[in-house]
Design a protein around this ligand. Structure first.
Ligand code: SN0
Length: 315
C-alpha cells in the first residue's frame, strides 16, 4: 500500500480485515515499527472518532501524531496552478504539502465535499493535490467522495458479528436536517462489493449514488422490502447526487425504528456516528442490544492502525 485514498488502495479486503482483527487482539505488538516516525493529521472539518482513533492507532504503533485544524487555524490554501494569488488564499498547496512532508512520515487529511461543485468534489482536489506534491504517503480521513477508514471499520465489525458466511447487509438512507456528503455511503458500497455479503441499498428515488460506485448492486426503493431478512442494517443520510447537494425528502418515514428492525433477521444496527437521535434512528434502536455503533467506533482504531502499519512497512 502506497497511499490510502480510497477502497481501491486495498489489495484484498477480506485479508486486510483478518489482519485488523488479529491486530486488535494485541494492539501494541508493533510498537517499534513506528518509533521515531510522525503522523501529521490535517483537518479541514470537524471530527471526533477519526481524530482520536487515528491518533490512538499511531500511538499503538509507537508513532507520534501532530494534529492541525487547517480549516480554522491554517492559511487558506490555493489549489489551482498559475493563479494570481491576490484574493483570499495565502499559500499554495505546492509549498504546504512539501513543507509538511518534511515534518511527517505520513500525512492524513480530512476534507469534506463542498456539495456545491460536483465536478470539483469528484476530482478530489484537496486530496489529489496533497498526493501530487507530498513526498510521503497520504491517508484519507474522509474526503469529498469517500471515507475508506470508516468503510474498513464497518467491514471489520460485520466480520466480527456475522453468524452466517454470506450475511445480508442493507444500506438504508435516513432523513437529516442538513445536506450531508455521499462519502460514507460510497465507501461502504465499495468495500461491501469486495466482501462476501449480499448487499442491498435502499433509499427514496432521487437519492441514487454515483452509478459508477453502485454498478451491479441491488437498489430497492421499498425500504421495508429491503429490510426483510437483513443481518446488518447500516443507516446513513446523504444528500442527492443527481440534484447535487440537495435535500429532496423531508419527514420521518425513512427513520430507523424498532418496527422496521423487526422485519430483519434479528439484524444488527450500524451507524458511523455522529447520529441525530430520533431523526435518523429512534432512541429505542440506538440504545438496544442490536446496536453496534460503539463497537464500530472502537474498531476505527484498528482500521486506522492496520492502514498505518501497511504504509510504514512499505516506506
Ligand atoms: C459527516 C458525513 O459525511 O456525513 C461525517 C460522518 C463521519 N457527518 C456530518 O457532517 C453530520 C453533521 C451533523 O450535523 O449531523
Amino acid at each position: 500500500m502506497k497511499n490510502y485514498l480510497s477502497i481501491k488502495d486495498i489489495q484484498n479486503v477480506p485479508e486486510l480485515v483478518t489482519e485488523a482483527i488479529a491486530l486488535k487482539k494485541d494492539p501494541l505488538q508493533y510498537q517499534s515499527l513506528g518509533s521515531e516516525k510522525t503522523l501529521g493529521m490535517l483537518f479541514f472539518n470537524p471530527s471526533l472518532r477519526t481524530r482520536l482513533s487515528t491518533q490512538k492507532a499511531a500511538f499503538n504503533l509507537g508513532m507520534h501524531a501532530i494534529v492541525m485544524n487547517f480549516g480554522s487555524e491554517g492559511w487558506v490554501l490555493e489549489y489551482e496552478d498559475g493563479t494570481v494569488m491576490d484574493q483570499g488564499s495565502s499559500e499554495h498547496v505546492k509549498e504546504a504539502a512539501q513543507v509538511i512532508s518534511q515534518y511527517c512520515d505520513i500525512i492524513a487529511i480530512r476534507a469534506f465535499a463542498s456539495l456545491t461543485d460536483k465536478e470539483k468534489d469528484n476530482a478530489e482536489v484537496v486530496l489529489e493535490s496533497f498526493k501530487k506534491y507530498a513526498t510521503v504517503p497520504v491517508v484519507n480521513m474522509e474526503s469529498a467522495t469517500g471515507h475508506p477508514l470508516q468503510a474498513l471499520t464497518d467491514a471489520i465489525t460485520i466480520e466480527e458479528n456475522k453468524k452466517i458466511k454470506r450475511p445480508k447487509v442493507v444500506l438504508s438512507w435516513a432523513p437529516h436536517p442538513k445536506a450531508l456528503p455521499q462519502a460514507v455511503a460510497n465507501s461502504f458500497v465499495e468495500i461491501m462489493s469486495q466482501n462476501d455479503v449480499n448487499l442491498v441499498i435502499t433509499h427514496p428515488e432521487g437519492y441514487e449514488l454515483d452509478p459508477e460506485k453502485t454498478e451491479g448492486v441491488t437498489i430497492e426503493y421499498d425500504q421495508e422490502k429491503a429490510l426483510e431478512g437483513a443481518d446488518f442494517v447500516s443507516v446513513k443520510n446523504w444528500s442527492s447526487y443527481t440534484k447535487y447537494g440537495q435535500i429532496l425528502e423531508t419527514g420521518s418515514s425513512w427513520m430507523m425504528t424498532p418496527e422496521k428492525m423487526a422485519l430483519t433477521n434479528q439484524g444488527k444496527f450500524m451507524h458511523c456516528l455522529p447520529v441525530r437521535r430520533n431523526v435518523v434512528v429512534s432512541d429505542e434502536v440506538l440504545d438496544s442490544d442490536q446496536s453496534l455503533t460503539i463497537q464500530q467506533a472502537n474498531n476505527r482504531t484498528f482500521a486506522a492502525q492496520i492502514v498505518l502499519k501497511k504504509l510504514l512497512e512499505n516506506s
